[in-house]
Design a protein around this ligand. Structure first.
Ligand SMILES: C[S@@+](CC[C@H](N)C(=O)[O-])C[C@H]1O[C@@H](n2cnc3c(N)ncnc32)[C@H](O)[C@@H]1O
Length: 388
């Protein structure tokens, strides 16, 4: 067992970054680019060593992560008594203030303890018991501390969430369109594609604008967390590192990069939303957003990249209509023969109606919905082949 016996604001921490299934490798690459040395992903968690400042940096700069947690302790437990004793033995008074409002979430896989509501209530009881050893009372009137007990093959890992609202909530998408994609998934799809900021980009089914906005944030190097705060900033005695972090994020922005990012949607209301979101995200001047039917799509660029989230048919349209739409999309993309195309959909026969076998298919999840992310490659661009 290694319980930490100090505040999370001092010294070295084990930090765990949660990523959605299928994009762990992308998130791990992001951590490496930020200068960290992540370990292997286990159950969608990628560990790395750092300090509280690194916790904030991970929250601020990771585009594809869902959440950042600090590991508080690990021990084995196969009975509820062992679980209680292991949790109660930890020095919670070093981590929580006497008025902390503690919520406990539980997860269990491949373990003898698996009743989640019992795990939750035993862990909570053990934390309160531990706190009452050093505090006269524990009234839970203060800041929220979200603890997770995750049991994997009988090993209990206790973590403290530092993020609060999931990292997909960047703060620019305040109005919800039809079937929006998660911002973190949109960023992962872009990173799984060959797109880079010098290349032309189109999302022909842009809806509320998530994919083009994430592309513009990447292109201008705007930190995804720049508009929001994180749960740990409200923890008692948290050092105020926000000015330093904000300054680092501001200095990294490349305002003078010229981007060629467009988003189209047949629905004028969706495009209005996309424009509002782009404005809030600070990328309004870097994206072209317009009402347009995908069937009329063309480009002045001979080569470029399409990353898109077309209708799935789940809620938005009938199957026959969907098949016809995919067939038309396939014809439009065939005409853009030097463009790479990436599309995510839960519709299993997408390739059949699109009319081409994908070069690569990955299983990804859009929230809970199992989807496939299809990659259709084109020859790499030769220099100066753009028609502009
Ligand atoms: C799954 S939603 C895209 C959601 C988007 N990724 C977002 O984050 O909001 C699919 C979009 O395709 C649009 N659409 C459907 N048929 C279209 C067509 N023929 N041309 C262009 N857009 C179309 C719908 O209006 C809808 O906004």
């Amino acid at each position: 067992m290694y319980p930490i016996s100090m505040s999370i604001f001092d010294g070295k921490l084990t930090i765990e970054v949660a990523a959605a299934s299928g994009i762990e490798a992308v998130t791990k690459r992001e951590l490496v680019r930020l200068g960290y040395q992540p370990g292997g992903a286990v159950g969608g968690r990628i560990p790395f060593e750092g300090t509280y400042s690194d916790v904030l940096r991970a929250n601020m700069f990771l585009r594809t992560a869902e959440r950042v947690r600090v590991v508080l302790g690990k021990f084995c437990a196969v009975t509820f008594d062992e679980l209680f004793d292991g949790v109660a033995a930890m020095r919670w008074q070093d981590i929580l203030p006497a008025d902390a409002k503690v919520i406990v979430n539980a997860k269990s896989r491949n373990s003898r303890l698996f009743a989640l509501s019992s795990i939750q209530s035993i862990v909570k009881k053990a934390i309160v018991t531990s706190m009452l050893r050093t505090c006269a009372s524990f009234d839970e009137s203060g800041a929220l501390y979200s603890v997770e007990a995750s049991i994997l093959s009988d090993e209990v890992t206790l973590t403290l969430d530092t993020t609060g609202e999931g990292l997909h909530k960047r703060g620019y998408r305040t109005y919800l369109g039809d079937a929006p994609i998660r911002e973190t998934l949109a960023a992962a799809m872009l990173q799984l594609s060959v797109w880079e900021p010098s290349r032309a980009f189109i999302d022909p089914f842009c809806g509320s604008g998530t994919i083009p906005i994430e592309a513009a944030l990447m292109g201008l190097n705007i930190a995804p967390g720049i508009l929001r705060s994180f749960a740990c900033e409200k923890f008692e005695n948290a050092p105020n590192l926000r000015p330093v972090l904000q300054n680092e994020a501001d200095e990294l922005i490349k305002r003078d990069v010229k981007l060629h990012i467009s988003g189209f949607d047949i629905d004028p209301d969706a495009v209005k939303l996309a424009l509002k979101h782009a404005q809030r995200a600070g990328v309004r001047d870097s994206i072209h957003l317009q009402v347009g039917d995908m069937r009329a799509l063309s480009s002045r660029f001979s080569h470029g990249v399409i990353v898109t989230n077309p209708p799935y048919g789940e809620r938005l349209m009938e199957e026959a209509e969907l098949r016809a739409l995919y067939a038309d999309f396939g014809r439009v993309c065939a005409a853009l023969d030097e463009w790479c195309v990436y599309a995510i959909t839960s519709y299993k026969a997408f390739e059949k109606y699109f009319g081409r076998r994908a070069d690569r298919v990955r299983k990804l999840y859009n929230s809970e919905l199992e989807c496939r992310f299809y990659s259709f490659m084109a020859p790499p661009p030769k220099k100066d082949r753009s028609k502009v």
